[in-house]
Structures are given as structure tokens and as C-alpha cells.
Design a protein around this ligand. Structure first.
Ligand SMILES: Nc1nc2c(ncn2[C@@H]2O[C@H](COP(=O)(O)OP(=O)(O)OP(=O)(O)O)[C@@H](O)[C@H]2O)c(=O)[nH]1
Ligand SMILES: [Mg+2]
Length: 402
């Protein structure tokens, strides 16, 4: 486990853009998240650099003047890594490395790195390794183009090409091997899933760090690793839960994030199968997070991508204990009431009241409203159960008996 006082934190700087699609506030929020990711990966952020540009500079992502500013800072403070909030092209990455003379990584790279650090089982490690090689492959090509252009084609093309071709072949072979390995495990997992019988399956989904594992532990009395870092969970845990006398299966799995690298979605396919094969999704949201609505949107997008957007869903607003709206003084007639001033009651009257999705507000840590949560889950699971086994509906009353 990472502990702030036991590990040496790597010095980093963050670099992001303010563009027509992302205003200054958004850019800052994204850098906040990037900083949390960096901390999770074992880095401390010394400085952030933001630049206003219509679109990224194709050669160096940011402009020349800004780059010089970053370079001076990196040199003066002996920064080891510069982290960019967007995916860099292979050429950009190379160019920037040459200028800054430090490690240059992008958001995808950083997320892959965290996944690699956190993968516990050999299955998770295999999935992450596959994603890393998939990320690397086009970058080997890019390095070759880069070399070719730099040194000129004639004379260099032969050995350069052979070298890179060899590298690419090694990477491709490795990818094929990993895919085979995953296929074998996938089959075992599919068998395991089918052996679980006809019980209703409920999957916890949501943005990373919202409290899925904490809720799983509270509900199923299990002990899934939970902590205030991103991607604490990479492996899937399945527990049998009984509410009233109704048994069902509950799954806790990997959290989602904005711009989750596609390589990861692909290689985590069978981990995500748990979500795909679930009958009911409990979409957990951290309502104390200022960007929780964006998080909901990101989760919806990923559910769309894996074809699970239309499953029955309960929206679980967690961490209500930590939710504190800003207040407006009674004599302050200037400040307009906006979302940051909403109380939980205000929120309940927004889109939440006319969405088709059921909602519930809880605190998994302080155990607030868990009874209401249990009743809602019970009734949704019961509906699915009764559809599946119409002949034994009498076993389960409208409300759990507990
Ligand atoms: N204040 C407060 N904190 C909570 C609550 N539920 C969970 N947390 C904290 O939120 C952090 C993340 O909790 P996890 O259960 O690991 O979250 P997760 O969704 O499983 O996260 P990943 O597995 O990393 O995607 C931990 O520090 C928890 O203690 C809650 O109801 N209130
Ligand atoms: Mg978790």
C-alpha cells in the first residue's frame, strides 16, 4: 500500500490547455484530477502550467514561449517528470522530451502506470500489460518515422527499419501471447460465472473513488480493499448478499474515469463482462465531489461503449456526510444561487426528481440511510427475480422482513 510518509515522491509538473472546448474552470478541474492521479501514481506536483490555445501545437503541444517557461522551471527544480493532461502524439512526446530533458508522459500513460502498480492478481497484471503494449505499439512506429526524418532516409533506412521492425515484431508477439493467455482465463471466468446459477446479479459501477468498495463491504460484510486513492480496485469481487430472505450476487469492480484509455477498456473486457452480464446496476456517485454530474456523464459514456447503458439502474448518491453546500448570507443580495449552494433537498428537486432512474442518498461510512438503500435494492432485485421465477413470487413480500 502506498503511504505518503514511506515512499519517495517523484517531482512532477502538470501541463494543460485552455481551449475553445474547455474553459479555464474546466481546465483547472481537469488538472485537479490529474494531480490526484499523479499522487496516486507516486508523484508530487510542484507546479502547474496552463496555456490558452485554440488547439494543441502539433509539434510540442504547447507553444514555444510556454515551453521555455516549463523548461526553465524543470531545470531549476530538478523535475523528473512532465505530465500532460491529454494524449500526446508519439512525435510530440519525443520533441518535448528533447526540449525538457526529463520524462514526458500523458494522461493515458499515467493511468496505465497506476493500473500497472495496482494490479494484484496475475489476471489483472496480464490485462494491464496488454493495454501497455497496445499503447506502445503505435509509438514504436512513431519513433521510427521520427528517426528517419531526423537522420535522413538514405543509409539509415536499412538498419533503422530492421531495428524497429524487430521491436515491433517482439511487441506484436507479446500482444498475441497475452491475448491468448487472457482468452484462456476468460473461458474459465465465463464458466465460473455460469456456475453461479440463476441468482440475480447486481453490479456496483461508478467513477473511481466514489465508495463502491466501501459500500460493498458494508452491505456484504466482506473486506474489499478501499482507500482514498484512485483505482484502489482492479479485480472483481463477487459476494452473495441476502436482504430479507432474498439472495442475490453483488459485484464490485474497477472504477471508471473521464477518458478511460480505450486500450484499458478493451483489455479489461472480461472484468467489464461482470457489468455487461449484470441484471441491475448500482451506479454509485460521490455527491460531495464538485464535479459529480460530469462523473455521471463519463460513467454513462463508458456504459454506452460496453453496451450496458439500458440496464435497470439505481443511482446511489454516496458521501452525503461530506456534502457541504456553500451558503449565501441573508444580507447578501448580489450572489446568485447556483449549484454550489444547493442543499441535498434542492438537488432532489432537480433533474433527479424527473429522471426515470430511482435515486437514493446515503453515506456508506457513516451508515446513513442504508435501510432505505436496502429496501430499494430489495425491491428492484425482487422485480427481476419474479420475472425470472414467476412461480415462486410468493416467497418474497413487497418489503423485506428484516
Ligand atoms: N466521507 C465519506 N467518505 C467515504 C464514503 N464512502 C467511501 N468513502 C471514502 O472514499 C474513499 C474511496 O472509497 P472506495 O470504497 O475505495 O471507493 P471505490 O469507488 O471502490 O474506488 P476505486 O476502487 O478506487 O474505484 C475512501 O477513502 C473511503 O473511505 C462516505 O460515505 N463518506
Ligand atoms: Mg474500489
Amino acid at each position: 500500500m502506498l503511504e505518503k510518509n514511506t515512499i519517495e515522491y517523484e517531482k512532477t509538473v502538470l501541463i494543460g490547455l485552455i481551449t475553445q472546448f474547455q474553459d479555464e474552470d474546466k481546465a483547472k478541474e481537469y488538472l485537479d484530477e490529474l494531480e490526484f492521479l499523479t499522487y496516486t501514481a507516486g508523484g508530487e506536483v510542484l507546479q502547474r502550467f496552463l496555456q490558452k490555445l485554440d488547439k494543441p501545437n502539433p509539434k510540442t503541444f504547447i507553444g514555444t514561449g510556454k515551453m521555455e517557461e516549463v523548461r526553465l522551471y524543470v531545470e531549476e527544480h530538478e523535475v523528473g517528470t512532465a505530465i500532460f493532461d491529454d494524449e500526446l502524439t508519439p512525435a510530440q512526446q519525443k520533441n518535448i522530451e528533447q526540449i525538457l530533458k526529463c520524462k514526458v508522459i500523458d494522461r493515458t500513460n499515467l493511468i496505465l502506470d497506476i493500473f500497472a502498480q495496482r494490479a494484484q492478481t496475475s489476471y489483472a497484471r496480464t490485462q494491464v500489460e496488454l493495454a501497455q503494449y497496445e499503447y506502445l505499439l503505435p509509438r514504436l512506429t512513431g519513433m521510427w518515422t521520427h528517426l528517419e526524418r531526423q537522420r535522413g532516409g538514405i543509409g539509415m533506412r536499412g538498419p533503422g527499419e530492421t531495428e524497429i521492425e524487430t521491436d515491433r515484431r517482439i511487441v506484436r508477439d507479446r500482444i498475441a501471447l497475452l491475448k491468448d493467455k487472457i482468452k484462456t482465463i476468460d473461458k474459465q471466468m465465463a464458466v465460473q460465472r455460469s456456475n453461479r446459477g440463476a441468482l440475480v446479479r447486481v453490479a456496483l459501477v461508478g467513477y473511481t473513488n466514489v465508495g463502491k468498495s466501501t459500500l460493498m463491504n458494508v452491505i456484504s460484510k466482506s473486506e474489499v480493499f478501499a482507500e482514498n486513492k484512485l483505482f484502489a480496485t482492479l479485480d472483481t469481487t463477487v459476494r452473495k448478499v441476502v436482504i430479507g430472505n432474498l439472495p442475490f450476487l453483488m459485484t464490485d469492480t474497477v472504477g471508471f474515469i473521464r477518458k478511460l484509455p480505450t486500450q484499458l477498456i478493451e483489455s479489461f473486457k472480461s472484468t467489464l463482462d461482470e457489468v455487461r452480464e449484470a441484471d441491475l446496476l448500482l451506479h454509485v456517485v460521490d455527491i460531495s465531489h464538485p464535479q459529480f454530474e460530469d462523473h455521471i456523464e463519463s460513467v454513462h459514456q463508458i456504459l454506452d461503449e460496453i453496451g450496458s447503458r439500458n440496464k435497470p439502474m439505481l443511482l446511489v448518491f454516496n458521501k452525503i456526510d461530506a456534502y457541504t453546500p456553500e451558503t449565501i448570507d441573508a444580507d447578501d443580495l448580489v450572489t446568485k444561487k447556483t449549484k454550489i449552494h444547493f442543499t441535498l433537498e434542492d438537488w432532489k428537486n432537480t433533474w433527479m426528481s424527473h429522471s426515470n432512474t430511482e435515486v437514493v442518498f446515503i453515506s456508506a461510512v457513516d451508515k446513513i440511510n442504508l435501510e432505505e438503500f436496502r429496501i430499494k435494492v430489495y425491491s428492484m432485485v425482487r422485480d427481476i427475480h419474479i420475472q425470472r421465477f414467476p412461480y415462486n413470487h410468493f416467497l418474497y413480500p413487497d418489503l423485506p422482513l428484516e
